[in-house]
Design a protein around this ligand. Structure first.
Ligand code: 9MR
Length: 337
């Protein structure tokens, strides 16, 4: 028992050293190492410009951004037919100023809806605003957005159900997914159209449900270009079937992307946990590298102080914006082309 502990400790130290910080002049630039893939982050206007170190990392390390909240329905169309693009524009303008692309996020989701989108609406009363919402936003950003998470989190966590039990399935049934994708393609034929979901990284009941849904959408000729694997992962739990799983979606003639990666320590950051976190980041990025049609790896935030998980220490930079072992592990995985 003691021996196992000692061996485990030695292994952690070795991993930590393997991903330890080199001198500043050789600090890796992940966006360069990722090429031809994109390395991205969720970007939030609350911190952009206000937090200088955060902004400097955003300027230098990333080649694609997802607005963390700024394009969500409740933000961008808080009142019916009154669109406020201010905060979303800030991110798109910033991305263009640093030569980065944009993943738009998102249209069809049960969360972050404004009060006027509610269960009291009839099917027609919700269908027309859905089309109008998608069309108006996509036309506003025509030519400036690389990909859209058209459908976010449509699959149920209940293994006995396929679709999430939400306002969209209540009102429009399973057709809601096909409708949103069709409206998106009609609005702008160029951007890649995604379905994006969580806990679908490995082969499991949820990813099996998604697989069946996607297969039938493709058979019906519904426009769909790619699947986003959010990858909010708990320490030490990168699924061993991840590559096989991503590949089966690619085999349906789709791109795949890691869209919201973070690794939750579920406890205090000590050397062992940080070494395991580095290994987990390495493993997810390497999985993407193994798949030709895996186009991007996006982390959900930049530094631990601005993550959606408070005190989770989930990201590649710590709260002082210093690179963690995870940062060097990502660079190392990208380097092994
Ligand atoms: O990080 C986002 C947080 O700031 C928002 O309050 C929340 C609700 O809109 O959404 C978080 O981002 C989610 C993403 O949009 C979809 N996948 C899960 C993400 C984490 O909850």
């Amino acid at each position: 028992m003691m021996l196992t502990k000692v061996l485990y400790y030695l292994l952690s130290i070795t991993l930590l050293k393997a991903y330890a910080s080199p001198s500043p002049s050789t600090t890796p630039v992940l966006r360069d190492l990722a090429e031809p893939r994109f390395f991205g982050a969720a970007l939030n206007t609350t911190f952009l410009f206000a937090d200088k170190k955060y902004t400097q990392l955003a300027r230098t390390q990333f080649s694609i951004f997802t607005p963390e909240d700024e394009m969500k329905w409740g933000e961008i169309e808080p009142v019916q037919n009154v669109f406020d693009f201010t905060r979303a524009d800030e991110i798109v303008n910033f991305a263009e100023s640093v030569g980065a692309k944009i993943r738009g996020h998102n249209f069809l989701w049960e969360t972050h809806l404004p009060p006027w989108v509610n269960e009291s609406l009839s099917a027609t009363e919700i269908d027309r605003p859905l089309k109008h919402h998608i069309t108006t936003i996509m036309q506003h950003y025509k030519g400036r957005v690389y990909a859209w998470d058209v459908v976010n989190e449509p699959i149920s966590d209940d293994p006995n159900a396929t679709f999430r039990d939400d306002i969209w399935t209540h009102k429009l049934g399973q057709e809601s997914v096909a409708k949103a994708l069709t409206y998106a393609r009609e609005a702008d034929p160029v951007p890649k159209l995604y379905i994006n979901d969580y806990n679908i990284e490995g082969i499991n009941a949820k990813s099996n449900s998604l697989y069946e849904v996607v297969k039938s959408l493709k058979q019906d000729g519904i426009p769909l270009d790619a699947i986003g694997f959010q990858s909010h992962i708990t320490l030490g739990q990168v699924p061993s079937s991840m590559q096989e799983n991503l590949q089966r979606f690619v085999d349906l003639d789709l791109d795949v992307a890691i869209t919201e990666l973070d690794i939750n320590l579920l406890g205090p950051a000590n050397e062992t946990a940080l070494a395991q976190q580095a290994e987990d980041y390495h493993s997810v990025v390497s999985t993407c590298m193994e798949i030709e049609r895996c186009v991007s790896v996006t982390v959900w935030g930049i530094s631990d102080d601005h993550s959606w998980i408070p005190n989770g220490e989930v990201l590649p930079w710590d709260g002082n914006k210093n690179p963690k072992p995870a940062f060097f592990a990502i660079g190392d995985a990208f380097k092994r082309k």
